[in-house]
Ligand binder design. Structure first.
Ligand code: BDR
Ligand code: CA
Length: 331
C-alpha cells in the first residue's frame, strides 16, 4: 500500500471498552496510521483514559504519543463515570496490569491537535469517539482548524434511533452538549456515526474469544476480558444482544467508516445539539433541505454534516474480524 492510501489519524477517545476495540482495529488495519491519541473524561476520568490509552498501546507493542485532555464538560456539572458499563478501570476491571514505562506527551490534548494540524495541513483525519471537549477547545486555540484538518469522523448522536442516556440523547453528546454543538457548526467536513448505525452492529463475545485464541497475545486477551464485562451490560438491556452474548461496536464504526464508507448510507444536513433541558444532548438533523426555517438556529449559512443512517452490518462485522485476525501484534 503506498503512503497516499494511508489515512493519517488523531484518535480522540475515552477508553472505554469499545474505544479499546476501535484502537485495536486502527492499529491492525494497514490503511490507518495513528499519529497520536488524545483523551477525554467520559467512560472514565481523563487521567484513567490517558493511562488506558498508554496501556493499550504498550500491550500491543506500539509507541504512539498519548496526551491528556479535558477533565469535565464545558458548562454543565461533571458526573461520575459509568463504572457499571465499562468497569471502574474502563477496561472491564482487568485482573492484573503489567507495569508500563511509557509516559504521556505533556501537551494538553487540544494543543496537540492544533500542533499536529498546523504541521500537516489538510492531511489529518480526526476520529473522535468520546465527549467533544478537546475538539471544541482546539477550535478556540486555532479558529482556522477546520481548514487545517482533512475531516472529522465522530461517534456520537442519534437521529431516529432512541438515545442511550435519555429517550433522545446519546452518551458522548450528552456528556458535553455545548462542546458538541460547537463541533457540529465549525465548518469542517464532518461525518456523524451515531446510534442509527451503531445499534445495528452486534459483536458476539465468541468473536473476541476467536481473535484471542488466534493471537494468544496479552493485547487480545485484555480486549476479550473487557468485552466480556461490557457484554453483560448490553445483555441486560437488549434481548437480541443477550441472545448472542454480544455488545454494540459503537466506536469501531467510526474507523470502519473511514476505511469503508461504501458500507454506509448517509444523509446530509445541518446538525444542531440541544444544550439544556429535557432534551439535553439531542442531535437534531435538518432532514428537509428545501425548507428555509425562520428559526435563527437553522439559517442556511450554517454548515452541513454527513450523518450515517444505515449500514451493511454483516460486511462491517466481517471487516472487523478479518482486520483483527491479521498479523498486527509483535511476538
Ligand atoms: C458511546 O458512549 C461511550 O460509552 C462509548 O465508548 C461510545 O463512545 C456510545 O454511546
Ligand atoms: Ca468512547
Amino acid at each position: 500500500m503506498n503512503s497516499s492510501q494511508v489515512h493519517r489519524v488523531i484518535f480522540d477517545t475515552d477508553p472505554g471498552v469499545d474505544d479499546a476495540m476501535a484502537l485495536y482495529f486502527a492499529l491492525a488495519h494497514p490503511a490507518i496510521e495513528v499519529l497520536g491519541i488524545t483523551t477525554s473524561f467520559g467512560n472514565v476520568t481523563v487521567a484513567q483514559a490517558a493511562q488506558n490509552a498508554l496501556y493499550l498501546c504498550a500491550l500491543a507493542g506500539r509507541r504512539i504519543p498519548v496526551t491528556q485532555g479535558v477533565d469535565r464538560p464545558w458548562l454543565k456539572p461533571a458526573e461520575a463515570p459509568p463504572a457499571y458499563i465499562h468497569g471502574a478501570d474502563g477496561l472491564g476491571n482487568l485482573p492484573d496490569r503489567m507495569a508500563v514505562s511509557e509516559q504521556l506527551d505533556l501537551r494538553p490534548s487540544a494543543q496537540f491537535i492544533v500542533d499536529m494540524a498546523r504541521a500537516n495541513p489538510g492531511e489529518i483525519t480526526l476520529v473522535a469517539v468520546g465527549p467533544l471537549g478537546n475538539l471544541s477547545l482546539a477550535l478556540l486555540l486555532e479558529p482556522a482548524l477546520p481548514s487545517l484538518l482533512k475531516q472529522v469522523i465522530l461517534m456520537g448522536g442519534t437521529v431516529l434511533e432512541p438515545g442511550n442516556v435519555s429517550p433522545v440523547a446519546e452518551a458522548n453528546i450528552w456528556n458535553d452538549p455545548h462542546a458538541a454543538d460547537r463541533v457540529f457548526t465549525a465548518g469542517w467536513p464532518l461525518t456523524m456515526v451515531g446510534l442509527d448505525v451503531t445499534h445495528r452492529l452486534v459483536l458476539p463475545v465468541t468473536l473476541f474469544q476467536k481473535i484471542a485464541d488466534h493471537h494468544r497475545h496479552r493485547a487480545t486477551d485484555a480486549l476479550h476480558h473487557a468485552v466480556s464485562f461490557y457484554a453483560d451490560f448490553y445483555g441486560a438491556r437488549f434481548a437480541h444482544v443477550a441472545a448472542v452474548r454480544g455488545c454494540f461496536g459503537h466506536d469501531v464504526l467510526a474507523f470502519i467508516y473511514l476505511v469503508a464508507p461504501y458500507l454506509f448510507e448517509t444523509q446530509s444536513g445541518q446538525v444542531r445539539v440541544v444544550s439544556d433541558g429535557l432534551a439535553q444532548g439531542q442531535t437534531i438533523l435538518k432532514r428537509q433541505p428545501g425548507i428555509d426555517y425562520p428559526h435563527p438556529g437553522w439559517d442556511a449559512s450554517r454548515p452541513a454534516s454527513s450523518v450515517c443512517m444505515a449500514l451493511d452490518a454483516p460486511a462491517c462485522s466481517a471487516l472487523f474480524e478479518t482486520t483483527l485476525m491479521r498479523s498486527w501484534l509483535p511476538a
